[in-house]
Design a protein around this ligand. Structure first.
Ligand code: UD1
Ligand code: CA
Length: 468
């Protein structure tokens, strides 16, 4: 730091993400780091947090499920393949070709600690630089340290080593300060020390944690930075921890929404993915699930058990106990109860989609009402149309799909079938119970059903009335 130059010297930052493990304890076909927490794979959370610390280079170690991990993370990182999973130390060695010999600080982080925050990682970098250490371990105090490496300090509190659960003596196992699996290393010293690792331990693996003792023996400075919040450092090794990680992240997400002015009736039972945007004064009841790339406006009401996935919802919208997928609902519209908006439904302003209505690849125009028990597929409905009860837009002949358009201010009587392809002009009427197979011109009334005939006294001859 020099005032005459006026800039603070910041060391180059690098990052290594460990993501090659299979995750045996998950007992899953899906590779561990790809298991989602609040809608995003764990390794995606890590990638985002690491990116926010602005490293010059990120190297991700892949092995099990390498192709899927690469597909997930894309071009945001370089990749090093760890063909055999011989331990966390061996995993870091794979980054040699990318980073060895470079000057700077390298963050090493696991792909299975999705709750770590950018703030904590930045604090770790700063602490490390301030201490001029060869390594700084991110540690935490755990009430139950089971499964984690223990931080062993000498009588004056200086870190001596990390001991894995399986290698710990009874006394060491009592230590409640744990290794979060996140570290800052002096990059040059890291790769020098890695060559000295061996597999002389309970699991027969190259432990990254053994680096601490190696650096210590070389007389280097070892530092530890303890997070205040153990929850952040939760490592997900099995489904129990996965559920806990989801619970903790859910709480974090929901708290942020409530701070932004969203009412959650029961936050513990409200499931909102990371990245969802919700406007103020929107009220969300219990059991609601909001997933993916979803935006919800202000002053909306989303009632119990609704599911909204990858959708855009405007202001003042009501969604009652409905499923909305890949759809757009404009301001003041209302949906449900028990409606299903399937992909590419667009509900225009102040439109009404009511009970047991299914809409797919269709636009429901401004002010149009589709109130009850209706299927609208592959259609464009104009403004202020009234669709009666039990109308079917017959869009499929068993092989191909066809489109229907309905002009503004039309009226479609209950129980009608509209057999596509059809163009129904504006200001038309369809009589209830019609099966429409031809286009309807403007201002026409279409009626397409068998004429009724009343047979006098015939009912008396039928067995039903005869027996009375
Ligand atoms: C590790 C630490 C432990 C720490 C804990 C924190 C070691 C030896 N132990 O234990 O001290 O308390 O994390 O959560 O480092 N991986 C590879 N290649 C391998 C092995 C693992 O890429 O050969 C990856 C995994 O995909 C995972 C990460 O490294 O993302 C950590 O591996 P894991 O087996 O979960 O280590 P822990 O037993 O949790
Ligand atoms: Ca782990």
């Amino acid at each position: 730091m020099s005032q005459s130059i006026g800039v603070e010297y910041v060391e180059a930052r690098y990052a290594i993400i460990l993501a090659a493990g299979k995750g045996t304890r998950m007992k899953s076909k899906l590779y561990k780091v790809l298991h989602p927490v609040c809608g995003k794979p764990m390794v995606e959370h890590i990638m985002n947090r690491v990116t926010e610390t602005e490293p010059a280079q990120i190297v991700t170690i892949v092995g099990h499920g390498a192709e899927m991990v690469k597909e997930q993370l894309g071009e945001r990182t370089e990749y090093a393949l760890q063909a055999e999973q011989l331990g966390t130390g061996h995993a870091v060695v794979q980054a040699e070709a990318f980073l060895k010999g470079k000057k700077g600080t390298t963050l090493v982080i696991s792909g299975d600690t999705p709750l770590l925050t950018t703030e904590t990682l930045n604090n770790l970098f700063d602490y490390h630089q301030g201490k001029n250490a060869s390594v700084t371990i991110l540690t935490a105090h755990a009430e139950d340290p089971t499964g984690y490496g223990r931080i062993i300090r000498d009588h004056v509190g200086i870190v001596e080593k990390i001991v894995e659960q399986k290698d710990a003596s009874t006394e060491e196992a009592l230590v409640k300060e744990i290794n979060t699996g996140t570290y800052c290393f002096d990059n040059e010293l890291l790769f020098d020390a890695l060559s000295k690792l061996d597999t002389d331990n309970a699991q027969g693996e190259y432990y990254l944690t053994d680096i601490i003792e190696i650096l210590k023996e070389d007389g280097k400075i070892i530092a530890a930075y303890q997070t205040e919040d153990f929850n952040e450092s939760l490592g997900v090794n099995d489904r129990l921890a996965l559920a806990e990680a989801n619970r903790l992240m859910r709480a974090r997400i929901n708290q942020a929404h409530m701070r932004n002015g969203v009412t959650l009736i029961d936050p513990a039972a409200t499931y909102i993915d990371e990245g969802v945007v919700i406007g103020s004064d929107t009220l969300i009841e219990a059991g609601v699930v909001i997933k993916g790339q979803t935006t919800i406006g202000e002053d909306c009401v989303i009632t119990a058990s609704s599911q909204i996935i990858d959708s855009q919802i405007g202001n003042n919208v009501t969604i009652k106990a409905s499923v909305v997928e890949e759809s757009i609902v404009h301001a003041k519209a209302d949906v449900g109860p028990n409606a299903h908006l399937r992909p590419k439904a667009e509900i225009m302003e102040a439109a009404h989609v009511g009970n047991f209505v299914e809409v797919k690849n269709a636009t429901i125009g401004e002010g149009t009402k589709v109130g009850h028990l209706t299927y609208v597929g592959d259609a464009t409905l104009g403004k202020n149309i009234n669709v009666g009860c039990g109308v079917v837009f017959v869009n499929y002949d068993g092989k191909n799909k066809f489109k229907t358009t309905v002009g503004d201010n039309s009226f479609i009587g209950s129980g009608s079938n509209l057999v596509a392809p059809l163009t129904i002009a504006e200001e038309t009427m369809i009589a209830a119970g019609s099966t429409i197979t031809q286009d309807i011109p403007k201002h026409s009334m279409a009626i397409a059903r068998a004429r009724q005939e009343n047979k006098a006294d015939y009912a008396k001859k039928l067995p039903y009335l005869n027996e009375k």
